[in-house]
Design a protein around this ligand. Sequence first.
Ligand code: CAA
Length: 261
Amino acid sequence: MSEPLVTVEKLDNPARVALIRFNRPKVLNALNDALAEELAGVLTTLDADPSVHVMVVTGNEKAFAAGADIAAMAEWDYAKVYNDNYITRHWEAAKSLRKPLIAAVSGYALGGGCEFAMMCDFIIAADTAKFGQPEITIGTIPGLGGTQRLPRAVGKAKAMELCLTGRFMSAQEAEAAGLVARTVPADKLMEDVLATAGKIASMSLPAVMKVKESINAAYETTLTQGLQFERREFHGTFALADQKEGMRAFVEKRKPDFKNR
Ligand code: CAA
């Protein structure tokens, strides 16, 4: 049996957290089609698994992922990528997840690696992380959303400069620009990310999913529509037992016991 290209662990501590790891270390986790297919299956399965509330995706110390697999793509022609619906077919699975997906990035997050990290709900980076869209240096352009999500995260000027030159950006620069939620020392990355995931997993799951859906609406709608969406979702939480439990627990000065209902 060959090694899985993506490994999955459902953790006991923190509970309700699943850890997904890219597993092509010899090629800096280059993202080939087989890996993308495995990942799409894993994400879809975990999203539907009631024992999992939060997913974390990571690579290894040297690379989150150094991009789409260049060796695999080099000789493909237009008809192949168009007919195969390359990228859309597997990677769009990450777009329809209802539960949070956190990217824990150490080392290189380049090209498709940076783009997939941006598809996650947020990124926590090791201080060794390097982000970039170097596709221009190999005669192509970002294809997994880089030209769309990067300017939304860091603004037009920096996105243009990064995509046009292919230069890499440090974790510190990425955090200052708003791409990364937090930067932590490399040897503390997983401890920090899992504590963050555990904290989210201890909240009411429907409230967590409503936050995710509402924040994502900010990127898809006008402000008026987004505010209306949020207001309806907020009102909707009053139909949840967990809203009663959460507010009563506060008033009674005790910890809430959420039932995810
Ligand atoms: N695809 C395929 N193989 C890759 C790869 C990639 N994206 N990135 C690294 N590798 C392989 C290397 O070929 C090398 O393999 P061998 O040992 O068999 O030679 C191995 O991983 C280690 O890489 P390096 O020897 O190059 O390691 P380094 O430390 O000297 O350099 C690096 C690291 C700067 C990240 C360099 O590997 C690099 O520039 N990689 C390519 C980055 C890139 O251009 N990414 C964009 C890809 S295109 C894309 O992603 C399109 C899209 O938007 C979907």
